[in-house]
Design a binder for this molecule. Structure first.
Ligand code: NAI
Length: 259
């Protein structure tokens, strides 16, 4: 790894897929910056990484919907490096409601975190990466960015927007040494999916295992995706060797979505 390729930011790194990505990038030798809303969760994750021998782990409590807080993170990093080599936009929220009962506030909350959050982070990262002549941006979208699902119209629309941004920004940055890609997990084994299962149980009266079976039925492998499997795809896109790969949306979903 070159000196300028040393720092990696992961948003929503306190748990789930983000925590797995941060651990994977630390194992690759990056100095990792864990960013997210809950300081205690970030610190717990950082302590685990440090105990595993990764000395360069930093925590940044922030809300990705707040542009000023995001800019502050990048300003702090300016003291450490010309630009972060890798930025992973993983922070996200999901929620379900039938469209005919959807309030505008629900729609806005899905866009605020899942789209505006990615915008704010990319907006801060891209000028610095352009200046450095190098960068890897990876957006954690979803299979919901590639196909529709019932009862999650706002989430699906927001994740489609993330893929649109990925494609457009990749073209704009194509001659700047910056790649911009998305990974699109299917239902993954995280707290977010556990909440989805609880929601189905509450709303339909199905058992937990019936609800889980409903989610895994959409995956041809008949299982949840593991966070580490998403992290492996991100690590590849974050590496120098993936320099010719840009504007892509790679499904990590057991074959649920095929081109
Ligand atoms: P999770 O709910 O376990 O973790 C999400 C993390 O993002 C949490 O640490 C949370 O605190 C953080 N976060 C949420 N809003 C934030 C904000 N405004 N500012 C900063 N941090 C914030 O979710 P999971 O499953 O690890 O998901 C990670 C990403 O993967 C999300 O973008 C999600 O949409 C996406 N995804 C998840 C799938 C799943 O089945 N769990 C499937 C496909 C995509």
């Amino acid at each position: 790894m070159t000196a300028r390729a040393a720092h990696a930011i992961v948003t929503g790194a306190g748990r789930g897929i983000g925590a797995a990505i941060a651990a994977r990038l630390a194992a690759e030798g990056f100095a990792v910056h864990l960013a997210g809303r809950t300081a205690a969760a970030l610190e717990a994750q950082a302590a685990e990484l440090r105990a595993g021998g990764h000395a360069e782990v930093h925590c940044h409590a922030l809300d990705v919907t707040d542009a000023a807080q995001v800019e502050q993170l990048f300003t702090r990093l300016d003291a450490l490096c010309a630009a972060p080599a890798v930025v992973v936009n993983n922070a996200g929220i999901s929620g379900s409601v039938p469209f005919h009962r959807m309030e505008h506030a629900h729609w806005q909350s899905m866009f605020s975190v899942n789209v505006d959050g990615v915008f704010h982070v990319c907006r801060a990262a891209v000028p610095r990466m352009r200046e450095a002549g190098y960068g890897r941006i990876v957006n954690v979208a979803s299979t919901a960015g590639l196909k529709g699902y019932a009862y999650v119209a706002a989430y699906v629309s927001a994740k489609h927007a993330v893929i649109g941004l990925t494609r457009a920004l990749a073209l704009e940055c194509a001659r700047s040494g910056i790649t911009v890609n998305a990974v699109c997990p299917g239902f993954a084994d995280t707290d977010m999916t556990a909440e989805t299962v609880r929601n189905i149980v509450d709303k339909t009266g199905r058992t937990e295992s019936e609800a889980l079976a409903e989610l895994t039925a959409g995956n041809p492998q008949g299982r949840l995706v593991q966070p580490g499997e998403v992290a492996d795809a991100v690590a590849w896109l974050a590496g120098e060797g993936a320099g010719a790969v840009t504007g892509q949306s790679i499904a990590v979903a057991g074959g649920e979505v095929t081109p």
